[in-house]
Design a protein around this ligand. Structure first.
Ligand SMILES: Cc1ncc(C[n+]2csc(CCOP(=O)(O)OP(=O)(O)O)c2C)c(N)n1
Length: 363
């Protein structure tokens, strides 16, 4: 239970690998086979390939609004990697690396961003909730799932994500409060990427950091370098097992959103090159690549072909879903409950009658 006593009030951040790829805390270096190291790296690279292809497609008018993850790959992949197949992932909307770790396939992810809810239909065997746009509402769902697993006598863990902006929502505090009271098996991850759209961290909270918020709810809160894949894996592994046996944990992954909030946003309106510059050297991918090259698991000249290979794969996945059919109108009503309620059935009937009327008026 080495991190149970971590004191976020001291404002120290856990780091295992520095910006040059050097291991600065060997005691915390997680045990990972060569195969696992490459799996982590490939998942991070695949995530970046999806981002880059999706952004290009959006600019060509072939993709709807897209929320990029550039710079946050270690925070997402490192946390997702720590989950067992039977554990749950409960995302907000910027968790691409975790989605890939949980098995949501590239074609389905693109289908979702392409505007089809069928993209969220990733199969009952994948314990992953769909994207949640109402900020922090998913924290409540995560606590509920955790309570349900305990009522059923199961030992599954639920990992729930929000952003720094999400901590200002009432849902965030309600969820943490009841998780603390009922000791639910929840790992709360705050991806602190320094901005909630245009609102910077200083306008979001007067707390020393986000991890301290855990203390008020009676759970450990740990501040981690979110751009350090090894720190993220080490703390997430510990947190998942702590949550499984004892109760909730909060992790603040300290990172930076290198790109825009979404393709509808222009970050130059609210931040300068000087704000972004220091984070270029902290890039989680470059750091990890330096480590892998030093270890002999990757060669410098293998990186470009790998990027090309992944981007080609993403493009092929996109072609398989481009022009896929639209959601049928009754599907909007059908899936809220296992069976449609009479009220929903009335609303559907009313809408179908309206469509029929509009159609006959047009003739
Ligand atoms: C309840 C609610 N209020 C406002 C919005 C509009 N909105 C969408 S994203 C966002 C900012 C979220 O910031 P943060 O939680 O830091 O996550 P990030 O976008 O940085 O990943 C807001 C305010 C929303 N989706 N839901």
């Amino acid at each position: 239970m080495q991190f149970e006593k971590f004191n976020p009030l001291e404002d120290e951040m856990i780091q295992v690998m520095d910006e040059t790829g050097e291991i600065v805390d060997p005691d915390l270096l997680p045990e990972l086979s060569d195969e696992e190291l490459l799996k982590l790296y490939h998942t991070m690279r695949r995530s970046r390939a999806i981002d880059s292809v999706a952004l290009n497609l959006q600019r060509q008018g072939r993709m709807l609004t897209y929320a990029p993850n550039l710079g946050q790959e270690a925070a997402q992949v490192g946390t997702g990697f720590a989950l067992k197949e039977t554990d749950w992932g409960v995302p907000a909307f910027r968790e691409l690396g975790m989605w890939l770790s949980k098995g949501w396939t590239v074609d389905k992810i693109l289908q979702y961003w392409y505007g089809s809810e069928w993209g969220s239909h990733h199969g009952d065997d994948i314990r992953l909730l769909p994207v949640s746009v109402p900020i922090s509402s998913q924290y409540q769902h995560a606590v509920g799932i955790g309570m349900a697993t305990r009522l059923r006598g199961e030992k599954d863990v639920v990992m729930a994500y929000t952003g720094d902006g999400g901590t200002s929502q009432g849902d965030f505090h309600e969820a943490l409060n009841f998780a603390g009271v009922y000791k639910t098996p929840t790992v709360f991850v705050i991806q602190n990427n320094q901005y909630a759209i245009s609102v910077p961290r200083v306008m979001q909270t007067a707390s020393k950091n986000y991890a301290v918020k855990a203390l008020a709810y009676g759970m450990p809160g740990i501040l981690v370098d979110g751009n350090d894949i090894f720190a993220m894996v080490a703390i997430s592994r510990w947190a998942v097992e702590y949550a499984r046996e004892n109760g909730p944990v909060l992790i603040e992954a300290y990172t930076f959103r290198m790109g825009a909030h979404t393709t509808s946003d222009d970050p130059t309106k609210y931040r300068t090159d000087e704000d972004v510059e220091p984070w270029i050297a902290k890039d989680p991918m470059i750091r990890f690549e330096k480590y892998l090259i030093n270890k002999g698991l990757l060669k410098e000249d293998e990186i470009e072909p790998l990027i090309e290979q992944f981007e080609d794969e993403v493009m092929a996945a996109y072609r398989s879903i481009e022009h896929s059919s639209d959601t049928e109108i009754d599907e909007i009503f059908k899936y809220h409950y296992a069976e449609m309620t009479p009220q929903l059935q009335d609303q559907l009937d009313e809408y179908l009658a309206y469509l029929k009327g509009a159609d006959s008026n047009a003739q």
